[in-house]
Design a protein around this ligand. Structure first.
Ligand code: NAP
Length: 290
């Protein structure tokens, strides 16, 4: 089994971006600027936004984190989004999900100017992705495609099972892999909580991508010998041996599955860092388009 090392792959991508930013600055241009809106105090969200800001520093981007209280009204958040849409100094921004229960996530995403939607969540960008038109690709699926690309993993003609159908991971992943591109050209099955014979279906996959948020759900009997397995899941579980008091656990039972796979990702050095690198790629793209 070969580990798909998202940490080193994303390091390479950051290096490539940093070189481009150096060139921009050397020619007298300003650096790309990413903003992140963080509502409330959810630990995982704070952590993700902090990492995204550090990534920006590393590649030479400007970054701004806008913190809003959990009690902020939906309208106040929409007003902030309108401000960011109009701000010429901001190339792209994200609204960190999930939002508090009193907010309608769809309404919030629809308010983002698609030209600044570097998460690739707006309908216009999702539509462009489906049609194979230039767009901001959703960061996690794009990061996984980049892993396939950089490790020369053949996807053409393979049976790929995507477990989970969320708008931000499972569904765009299935679309990207089924398109006539390289990587792509896979025969894709999307599975979810209503899928029957899930075990048999997963065990028939040449490539199994798991994004359900259920710790160690995929066991060895669900994996075909020689399969490529991508674990997107990231669930915090209490762990008193860690300084933080928790550790992240994936959706795949890594220890028992690893001997059956040809390639496998590890949580958290697999998909997570690639997602963050994709966000930087999208921000650079937003800057270049403007
Ligand atoms: P989500 O919105 O939480 O949806 C979960 C999906 O899994 C749904 O489609 C659901 O089916 C399906 N599902 C749940 N239980 C299932 C079961 N027992 N059998 C089959 N399908 C089941 O998904 P998400 O936002 O994509 O997140 C999934 C996981 O990925 C989470 O752990 C999240 O933290 C992680 N994540 C990681 C990254 C990263 O960068 N590493 C990025 C995004 C998400 P139904 O549609 O039928 O309900």
């Amino acid at each position: 089994m070969q580990l798909l090392d998202g940490t080193s792959c994303s390091q390479q991508i950051r290096q490539e971006i940093a070189e481009q930013v150096e060139q921009l600055k050397a020619s007298g241009k300003r650096a790309p600027h990413l903003a992140a809106v963080l509502v409330g105090h959810d630990g995982a969200s704070q952590n993700y936004v902090g990492m995204k800001a550090r990534d920006c520093d590393e590649v030479g981007f400007n970054s701004t984190v806008i913190r809003m209280e959990e009690s902020v009204s939906e309208q106040e958040l929409l007003d902030k989004i309108a401000e960011l849409n109009a701000d010429d100094e901001i190339d792209g921004f994200i609204v960190q999900l999930p939002l508090p229960d009193h907010m309608d996530e769809d309404k919030v995403i629809l308010a983002i100017d698609p030209r600044k939607d570097v998460d690739g969540f707006c309908p216009e960008n999702v539509g462009n992705m489906s049609l194979g038109l230039p767009t901001f690709l959703s960061a996690t699926p794009n990061g996984i495609m980049e892993l396939f690309r950089r490790y020369n993993i053949e996807t053409e003609g393979k049976h790929c099972v995507v477990l989970g159908r969320s708008n931000i991971v499972g569904t765009p992943m299935a679309i990207l892999l089924s398109r006539n591109t390289n990587p792509g050209n896979a025969t894709v099955t999307i599975a979810h909580s209503r899928t029957k014979n899930l075990k048999e279906l997963c065990a028939s996959a040449d490539i199994l991508i798991v994004a359900i948020g259920k710790t160690e759900f995929v066991t060895a009997d669900m994996v075909k010998e020689g399969a490529v397995v991508i674990d997107v899941g990231q669930t915090r579980v209490p762990d008193s041996s860690k300084k933080s008091g928790f550790r992240n656990v994936g959706d795949v039972d890594f220890d028992n599955v690893k001997d059956k796979c040809s390639y496998l990702t590890y949580v958290t050095g697999g998909v997570g860092p690639m997602t963050r690198a994709s966000l930087l790629q999208n921000t650079l793209k937003a800057y270049q388009r403007r």
